[in-house]
Design a binder for this molecule. Structure first.
Ligand code: LLP
Length: 455
């Protein structure tokens, strides 16, 4: 069930707590996160794939893609719900470790990991390092030697899938920076993915090749892409077994499961996606001599996105004539592209509702905009909001749990909002403190620093 309701006075509540109360206590704008929703989406994802794949003898592991939203509290919830954690930098890895996640349940990703990041992963004993290039395989083998350990490795392959999503978040077609292609660049050559397997097997005293990884993109609704990717990666696993006699125990199919931002989005039920994959896999397993692989997944947005919303306060309201007899109402809020750059970056659509009251006044087509010095600073492009929306009203923009705080900036020196978590038993607390201008100024070492001031 949804975390949203309206109380007797028409105020939007998150798990029973009115947003007016949250804004009064924690300030505006704030990200508000429902712990119950986050946990139940994490659990639902894991259980759907377990239910579909266990009957085939396939073990399932779910890695929460922490890039979507990472704080120690959030990663703790994911871990308590039986998920592992996917990290994509030394910083993300450090947060997961600080949250007390067992290193064996952490994965490290990235197309350009530094020797320091790889060294940290080796020292801490992370469960898997997903390698992304031949150069990285060499570097990691050398570092593992130096550390006197054997690094657990997955190879990220690019299966050549054109998933229908925004170009900037599609990642399995050939012409981009991630992964090792399944197709040879020139005739007579091995595919880069095969060359990577050979390199890992050659360095087997330092590298423990656990399996293959692919990620086809993000905010994907169609099941076909996942199925095609799985088929291609399983075929590569067959090739590796027949060529080198190596049976790779694991396949990771990445994340990318879409969520509904507005009523126009119709994501398929996660149970149906899991069932489709199981059907496809049943065929592939039957026709294979190899033991079934373990399968893992890396959902980020699916879990975090719908768990969060942003609460803004309305400031200026302006009606602009945009053509003969055509008007558009602009409602400005106290945040914008600094706390949610997704509309600017990906043309992403959101919706908004009046949060502090209900209104009988007829709705008006409205553009909700931020307070930044850019005309592209849009929060919600088109939404019908009551005609009497005025300064001081609260707007709630749902589905901002993923890739909003994570992508936030201090543009125009706006301090970043805090993240308020509403707990299952009606308490609320800030799990990331709101920034102040003082916080930001503390990092400005210019004029306050005599050395810099005089040179
Ligand atoms: N695994 C890998 C290797 C990834 O690169 C990603 C996302 C995920 C898993 C998680 O994908 P998800 O389940 O969240 O779709 N900033 C963009 C999204 C970038 C996604 C990057 N990689 C956005 O706001 O739409």
């Amino acid at each position: 069930t949804s975390q949203y309701s309206r109380d007797g006075s028409g105020r939007v509540c998150v798990d029973g707590i009115p947003v007016t109360e949250l804004a009064a206590r924690f300030g505006s704008p704030s990200y508000v996160l429902s712990e119950r929703t986050f946990r139940s989406r994490a659990r639902a994802f894991r259980e759907a794939f377990e239910r579909a794949l266990h009957p085939l003898g396939v073990d399932v592991a779910v890695y929460y893609a922490s890039k979507a939203l990472l704080t120690t509290a959030v990663v703790g919830w994911a871990s308590e719900e039986g998920l592992n954690v996917d990290t994509a930098s030394g910083g993300e890895l450090a947060v997961a470790l600080a949250a007390g996640v067992d290193p064996a349940r952490i994965a490290l990703h990235g197309n350009n990991k530094s020797a320091d990041e790889l060294g940290l992963a080796l020292r801490e004993g992370v469960g898997r390092i997903v390698v992304d290039s031949l150069a990285e395989i060499e570097l990691l083998a050398r570092l593992a030697h130096e550390h006197g350990t054997r690094a657990p490795v997955m190879i990220r392959v690019t299966p050549g899938i054109h998933a229908s999503t925004h170009e900037f978040i599609a990642t399995a077609h050939e012409d981009q920076k991630f992964g090792l292609s399944l197709n040879p660049a020139r005739e007579g050559e091995d595919a880069p993915a095969l060359a990577a397997v050979a390199a890992c097997l050659d360095a087997s005293d330092a590298l423990d090749l656990r399996g293959l990884h692919c990620h086809i993109g993000s905010q994907i609704f169609a099941a076909e892409g996942f199925g095609q990717a799985a088929e291609r990666v399983l075929a590569l696993r067959e090739t590796v077994a027949s060529r080198w006699g190596a049976v790779l125990p694991e396949i990771d199919l990445g994340g990318g499961h879409g969520v509904a931002y507005t009523a126009a989005d119709e994501p398929r039920d996660v149970g149906a996606i899991a069932a489709d994959l199981a059907a496809l896999l049943a065929g592939a397993l039957e026709s294979s001599e190899l033991p079934a692989p373990h399968l893992s997944f890396e959902p980020g947005r699916f879990i975090a996105g719908p768990s969060g919303c942003t609460v803004y306060t309305v400031g200026t309201v302006k009606t602009v004539t945009v053509g003969p007899g055509v008007e558009r109402r602009y409602v400005s809020v106290d945040g914008g592209m600094s706390d949610n750059p997704r509309p600017v970056l990906y043309d992403a659509d959101y919706t908004a509702v009046l949060g502090n009251r209900v209104s009988e006044v007829a709705p008006v087509l409205t553009r909700v905009v931020g307070k930044h010095c850019e005309s592209g600073d849009v929060v919600v492009k088109d939404v019908y909001l009551p005609g009497d929306v005025a300064a001081g009203d609260l707007l709630v923009v749902p589905v901002t749990g993923a890739y909003c705080w994570a992508l936030s900036s201090n543009y125009n020196w706006l301090p970043r909002p805090g993240i308020v978590a509403v707990g299952p038993d009606g308490w609320s607390r800030e799990i990331v403190r709101r920034e102040s201008v003082t916080d930001l100024l503390a990092r400005d070492t210019g004029i306050a620093d005599p050395v810099h001031a005089t040179t």
